[in-house]
Design a protein around this ligand. Structure first.
Ligand SMILES: Nc1ncnc2c1ncn2[C@@H]1O[C@H](COP(=O)(O)OP(=O)(O)O)[C@@H](O)[C@H]1O
Ligand SMILES: [Mg+2]
Length: 235
């Protein structure tokens, strides 16, 4: 199977800081792939680079056979690759509905059926569609960020720490939404510090340490590995 996303030996810098040091990985169509690793390992930098917010100094990034390493973020979204950033970043002073419509903005007017689709997936957001996004709870804001991303009908969605700061019940909900998304045909690249949860729903995962991939395997294989248990699963 040809990889949907193929990242090959990318090096990414913030000025002189070498944040990503020769990272390569692949995501195949229909998979949930996770990047796990401690704070500062370079997970968010990788997602920002794949989505075009940053560019690699060297290396290649192919999405559906096209080199996107130096493409602008908007163009990448129109190709079907969307990024739900760390910390949600909803437009706090806009309504839920306006936030959702923004997700389709670069594609033109929000299609009615796409709005219906996200409201079916997130009934809570439908109830609150007129409410200011900044007044939503953390879990609702995460759902809104996901809903907004889905408006562009992505083939691949990248999510950066979707469970961060949420209560255990909401973490469960977010993970079941991710699982349902995959069932509906969206390919997923997930970044998580909650390695235990992520590895349980993941097909394959890569462990990142200070800008380099140190381990990879299926979710199940990594859950069993002593070094993963020690470093990321609390013993
Ligand atoms: N805006 C920035 N300016 C300079 N260094 C940064 C910036 N953002 C991240 N870094 C550095 O890059 C490295 C990787 O960060 P990041 O990708 O955010 O890690 P993670 O998402 O795994 O926590 C860290 O050493 C971090 O300090
Ligand atoms: Mg991060």
């Amino acid at each position: 199977m040809a990889a949907m996303l193929k990242v090959n030996d990318i090096h990414v810098y913030y000025g002189k800081i070498h944040a990503v040091k020769g990272v390569s990985f692949e995501v195949n169509e229909g998979e949930i792939v996770s990047l796990i690793g401690a704070n500062g390992a370079g997970k968010s930098t990788i997602l920002k680079t794949v989505s075009g917010l940053m560019h690699p100094k060297s290396g290649t990034i192919e999405f559906m056979g096209k080199d996107i390493a130096h493409m602008e973020p908007n163009k990448i979204v129109t190709k079907g690759l969307v990024h739900v950033p760390e910390g949600r970043r909803v437009f706090a002073h806009m309504s839920v509905m306006e936030n959702i419509e923004m997700g389709a903005y670069i594609l033109g007017k929000a299609p009615e059926e796409a709005v219906e689709d996200v409201f079916t997936r997130f009934p809570r957001l439908k109830e609150r569609r007129k409410q200011e996004a900044g007044t939503l709870s953390g879990g609702e804001q995460q759902m809104l960020a996901m809903a907004r991303a889905l408006m562009s009908k992505p083939k691949l969605i990248m999510m950066d720490e979707p469970s961060m700061g949420l209560s255990p019940i909401l973490v469960e909900q977010i993970f079941s939404i991710i699982y349902e998304l995959r069932e509906s045909g969206v390919t997923i690249l997930l970044v998580e510090q909650n390695a235990n949860k992520a590895l349980k729903i993941t097909d394959r995962a890569y462990v990142l340490e200070t800008g380099k991939i140190t381990l990879s395997g299926t979710g199940r294989e990594l859950l069993e590995k002593e070094e993963v248990k020690k470093a990321y699963l609390g013993g």
